[in-house]
Design a protein around this ligand. Structure first.
Ligand code: XMP
Length: 530
């Protein structure tokens, strides 16, 4: 198969093409960290979207997808850089509405004969002023706040182009080719910091391009079930490793509906779960009718991890141990032919696109299952974003708390202990994380943040407990806001909430004498400490 054909197959669900049933926006990804956000926003407003990395963009792709609109995303390059990604000129002749964003805006300017130069740059919240009415800005006031992130700027607009908005620093913030639905915006309408950005994307897709907003993830459950029946048509059983997270649970539920008892659900406790999580997950799976095969492998994992200081080494050990356990299960059960995975769309796009639904490949969610397991992959969620999976989960009866549970890394609490891995430190993070979650729930804040947990390392702080000098651990609390874990901001919580977290941790965990709050964004930091 040619690259484009492979790529296109990866955008189907085993051959089912949502882009044939729904008006579709094709987002050309120039490597910007925001490309997925753009695609997600269109789906949020009911318009199906798919992402094509710029290297895969071709006539075949356009002819197959027949997009009603095309978006050029932002990207890290300068349009004048030697290997700056470009799109062919013919895309402007298709007659399909186009919206260039940031890098895409500058590229459009260049393709149309304008000039792009390096300037002072604009970063963060910036005001823009609309200077010409246009449907793209329907519902916008004449001055609005947008999010900028650029150093190059459009120094000279191409002829035949109307400037629609300028920034407070005097840069062109938006333009339109006269008489054509071809637009560029310098700012990022896809991020939440552009308050009317979602409206702009809706205006572009629906009001300008005439897309019908028919996309609703809950409505495709039958398609997902059909897909599983089709790709798992052999006689063997299907194995679903479930963590209690929304992706794996939803994938297993769909598979159960598709093949009934041919599905075997496995839940492994690696000893690195949060407090009470084992019982919660077992209860949830049972309520959902998934009755898991439960493997208590805590001692097996932990005995290999004690004393290991390097976090990556711990990840490796955990991956290896998972693989062994799965191998044992597969050998024991004998007739497992398929592996059900909760892979979602960003993984599909990022792992190089090309994946036939029935291709055999290494499992990457449950700690790297080896390809020698020779299981055929079944990935019912492969075209969906996590928020869409959550909506589907709710529609299948998954309780809200489970559908909107915070993401939790596969290696669990092992990545929240810095330095030597000890039982004492593991217990400290387990208890402290529970306190963090409890306090957030008490104040109604848990579902407003992306992740919230505690971390412990080897540093100590001198304290006074009951009039006596005591040397104890420092626990760092990390509570972040994020939309996709690619970027994150620390949560500005009320002082009383942080105070209660600190008091409860030092009071209930005697080994801790200091609580700190992590106030670094991602980047430059990461969400987990290691
Ligand atoms: P970082 O720390 O890279 O995390 O900012 C981004 C997101 O990924 C999660 N994470 C992991 N998930 N295995 C996983 O399944 C891992 O080894 C792992 N490390 C980080 C993290 O919780 C956050 O949501």
């Amino acid at each position: 198969m040619g690259v484009a054909v492979d790529y296109l197959f990866s955008q189907t669900l085993g051959g089912w093409k949502p882009y044939r049933e729904h008006d579709t926006v094709l987002v050309v990804d120039f490597g910007g960290q925001y490309a997925h956000l753009i695609a997600r926003r269109f789906r949020d407003v009911g318009v199906y979207s798919l992402l094509v990395p710029v290297d895969e963009f071709s006539r075949e792709v356009v002819e197959e997808v027949r997009p009603k609109a095309i978006v050029f995303s932002g990207g890290p390059s300068s349009v004048y850089a030697p290997n700056a990604p470009k799109v062919p000129e013919w895309v402007l002749e298709l007659g399909v509405p186009i919206l260039g964003i940031c890098y895409g805006f500058q590229l459009l300017a260049l393709m149309l004969g304008g000039v792009v130069e390096r300037g002072k740059g604009e970063y963060g919240r910036t005001k823009i002023r609309l200077v010409k009415n246009d449907m793209l800005f329907y519902g916008w006031d004449s001055v609005e706040v947008v999010w900028m992130s650029h150093s190059d700027y459009v120094a000279k607009v191409p002829s035949g182009v109307d400037v629609l908005a300028v920034s407070e620093n005097g840069y062109v913030a938006a333009f339109r080719v006269q008489g054509k639905p071809v637009y560029g915006v310098q700012f990022h309408p896809e991020v939440v910091h552009t308050p009317k950005g979602r409206l702009l994307l809706y205006n572009f897709a629906v009001r300008v391009a005439g897309c019908r907003a028919t996309w609703k993830p809950e409505a495709i459950v039958d398609k997902l079930i059909d897909y599983v029946r089709r790709v798992a048509g052999g006689g063997g059983r299907l194995l679903a490793a479930v963590s209690g997270g929304v992706d794996s649970t939803t994938a297993a539920l769909i598979a159960r509906k598709a093949v009934g008892k041919r599905l075997v659900t496995v839940f492994v406790d690696h000893g690195l779960l949060r407090e009470g999580e084992r019982e919660e997950v077992l209860g949830l799976l049972k309520r959902l009718g998934l009755e898991p095969l439960f493997v208590d492998a805590s001692e097996r994992f932990l005995s290999r991890l004690w004393g290991v200081s390097d976090c990556e080494e711990r990840r490796r050990i955990i991956g290896e141990e998972f693989a062994r356990i799965f191998q044992e299960i597969v050998e024991r059960l004998g007739d497992i032919e398929y592996l059900v995975q909760g892979t979602t769309y960003p993984d599909v796009v990022e792992s190089g696109a090309v994946k036939g639904a029935d291709r055999i490949k290494t499992h990457h969610n449950v700690g790297g299952l080896p390809s020698w397991l020779k299981l055929k992959l079944v990935e019912p969620l492969r075209l969906l974003y996590k928020d869409e999976v959550r909506r589907i989960a709710l529609s299948l009866g998954v309780p809200y708390e489970a559908a909107y549970r915070h993401p939790f890394p596969g290696p669990g609490l092992a990545v929240r202990v810095i330095g030597k891995f000890t039982r004492e430190k593991l217990e400290i993070v387990r208890k402290a994380s529970k306190i963090v979650e409890d306090v957030l729930k008490k104040y109604g804040l848990y579902y407003t943040v992306w992740q919230a947990f505690a971390v412990v390392g080897d540093d100590k702080w001198v304290g006074v407990k009951g009039d006596r000098r005591a040397v104890g651990y420092i626990v760092t609390v990390r509570i972040v806001l994020s939309e996709d874990a690619m970027t994150a901001d620390w949560a500005r919580l009320p002082a009383e909430v942080l105070d209660e977290i600190s008091r409860r941790i030092t009071w209930e965990i005697p080994e801790v004498t200091m609580v700190t709050y992590a106030i670094t964004t991602k980047p430059p930091s990461t969400i987990e400490p290691c």
